[in-house]
Write a protein that binds this ligand. Structure first.
Ligand code: ZN
Length: 316
């Protein structure tokens, strides 16, 4: 076995996931270990290096086959130099992760932010396989995003391209402040957090809804209630879908991608949600910009991060 392999690392606050991929993006082997964030920066860095070595050791592959190691991490990064400027959830500040790992592992290392990496995973080996231009949304606690142009991550001038959750799209009159400090960002209405907030507001206002009987409302409760015909829940889901679809209509005349991929917990609502997004997209998008454009559910789930991190080595 002399084929090259690519190691992808997805660094989260609780766990570090590692995967081995081949050149086609097939995930051959996975490994997961604790991040040990509370033990500080040195331990986190050592764990990343240790797990990257460990996964190859316990697999049927040889270290010599490793063409490089890609890392996805949440935070503010200097992407070309692989420097973590600030990673709030890991409490890491000003660390050159690329230089550290290249020295310890003796392999080429590439670092990028977690949302870009997950988008690359889906575009390379998931729902967007074979499609060169895709825009990916992840609907979770926030709205993450990534833009893939000609098969590669588009980072923009300051690494801020693809921050789709912070597209200012909700009109001022109904906008609320986002976690980023600005008003009317997409994630204030289309993330799980946004959906929960709108539901709680409705219950507090005394709107007639089955959600008033739910003790601790989760986004799934709202989506399920909407599917079951609850009018208040339907309005909330419709609003989340409306701004998503409208943001895609905007992106279509900026980037004109062939495909939008939507993943994350909220996307599990499936066709019920996707149909509403497509309807808005159809309504607001120029004919030529929407022709044959697909809006697809993500397929890699929690593995998008490790696959995309491995993909950095082939797609950078
Ligand atoms: Zn924002």
């Amino acid at each position: 076995m002399s084929d090259k392999i690519y190691v992808g690392v997805d660094v989260g606050g609780t766990a570090i996931k590692v995967g081995i991929c081949n050149a086609d993006g097939d995930l051959l082997h996975t490994f997961e270990g604790p991040t040990e964030t509370s033990k500080g920066t040195d331990t986190i860095l050592q764990n990343i290096a240790k797990y990257a070595q460990q996964i190859v050791e316990e697999s049927s592959y040889e270290w010599e086959q490793v063409d490089g190691v890609g890392v996805g991490i949440a935070g503010f990064l200097d992407i070309p130099n692989g420097i973590i400027k600030f990673a709030p959830n890991l409490k890491i500040e000003n660390v050159n992760l690329k230089a550290y790992l290249e020295q310890v592992l003796g392999k080429r290392v590439l670092v990028n932010n977690d949302a870009n990496v997950a988008a690359l995973g889906e575009a390379w080996a998931g729902a967007g396989k074979g499609i060169p231009n895709c825009v990916c949304y992840t609907l979770g606690t926030g709205v993450g995003g990534g833009i893939i142009i000609h098969g590669k991550i588009y980072e923009g001038y300051a690494g801020m391209a693809g921050e789709l959750g912070h597209i200012a799209i909700v009109p001022d009159l109904e906008a609320i402040q986002c976690g980023c400090g600005k008003m009317g960002c997409l994630e204030t209405v289309s993330s799980a957090t946004g959906i929960i907030r709108m539901a709680k507001d409705a219950v507090e206002r005394g709107d007639r809804t089955s959600l008033s009987l739910v003790p601790n409302i989760m986004a799934k409760d709202v989506l399920d209630a909407a599917k079951a015909g609850d009018e208040v829940a339907s309005r909330i889901v419709n609003r989340a879908a409306f701004y998503l679809g409208k943001s895609m209509a905007t992106l279509s005349v900026v980037l004109n991608p062939e495909c939008y991929i939507i993943g994350g917990g909220v996307a599990k609502a499936g066709e019920f949600l996707f149909a509403q997004i497509r309807e808005v997209f159809e309504k607001y998008t120029q004919d030529q910009a929407k022709e044959n454009v697909k809006i697809l559910p993500a397929t890699l789930g929690n593995n998008a991060g490790v696959v995309g991190a491995a993909g950095l080595l082939l797609r950078s």
